[in-house]
Design a protein around this ligand. Structure first.
Ligand code: ARG
Length: 260
């Protein structure tokens, strides 16, 4: 498994584009670096290969590589970010993918990549409501001949799909139900065996987990979620991500799986 990450050299919270980014306190840069490094070490120790991108000054959210694009085989739909603060990232990610032999496709509307698009084997779940536009779904369906499960996000704290939903294999997924409209809850129930995450753990980004085979990396403090996962045979690991939560992201947002 190959994972793309970007060191947090320029990571900071100096604008606000989601309700977590309140600047309640400043990001502690040295702690952010240690937390990011621990996550990377853990990923490598679990057998995944990490590719690194060159961070860019003035793009503090580039560390969240999940938002670079949505990958399918050797193709990538490059994100078209909603907020101007992140729009400069598209060109940087585009160049990286082109240099790394991906077929690069520009999104036809606002779309935030693997933040709002999650593949698990043959299933693709697409989220919209805050960042990605729902009309992107039909375009993806046609282009890739896939029938995605399209869901609507309704809670601004869970503004990307990967903040409230995490497929762990083809059948099972973690989720925080109140983040979805009633209709979307029904769709997900019909497609997965869902494991509810408590409000406490959801607010610690339990659904923003990194899955590497039977290993699941969770943000520190998500004990209930860990216990539930251990009971059904998964091995869980904690990673402290307090500095990144100040920006509205955690473990999974800091990664992008390259071989999908
Ligand atoms: N501050 C970033 C933003 O609001 C956090 C992105 C988190 N990424 C994710 N895939 N959920 O855009």
């Amino acid at each position: 498994m190959k994972i793309l990450m970007c060191p947090p050299t320029y990571f900071d919270v100096n604008y606000s584009i989601n309700p977590w980014m309140t600047r309640k306190r400043a990001v502690k840069q040295h702690i952010a670096k240690t937390q990011w490094q621990s996550l990377m070490n853990l990923i490598v120790s679990l057998g995944a290969e990490v590719e690194l991108m060159q961070p860019q000054k003035n793009l503090p959210d580039m560390v969240f590589t999940a938002n670079a694009g949505l990958i399918y085989k050797n193709q990538v739909i490059i994100s078209d970010f909603k907020y101007p603060e992140r729009q400069g990232e598209s060109q940087v990610f585009k160049e990286w993918f082109a240099a790394n032999h991906f077929d690069v496709i520009d999104a036809i509307d606002t779309f935030e990549g693997a933040g709002d698009g999650l593949f698990v084997d043959s299933k693709l779940v697409l989220g919209s409501g805050f960042r990605s536009q729902a009309d992107i779904n039909q375009w993806i369906t046609k282009m890739w001949s896939i029938n995605p499960i399209a869901v609507e996000l309704i809670n601004p704290y869970f503004y990307h799909l990967d903040t409230c939903f995490c497929p762990i294999n083809e059948t099972k997924a973690l989720w925080f139900p109140p983040a979805f409209s009633n209709e979307s809850q029904k769709k997900l129930k019909a497609s997965f065996e869902l494991i509810d995450v408590t409000e406490h753990d959801a607010n610690l980004f339990a659904c923003n987990a990194v899955v590497i085979d039977d290993h699941i990396i969770l943000s520190s403090g998500c004990h209930d979620t860990a216990t539930t996962l251990e009971k059904i045979g998964f091995e869980t690991h904690f990673c402290e991500t307090s500095e990144f939560i100040l920006s509205g992201g955690s473990c999974k947002c800091l990664t992008l799986r390259l071989d999908c």
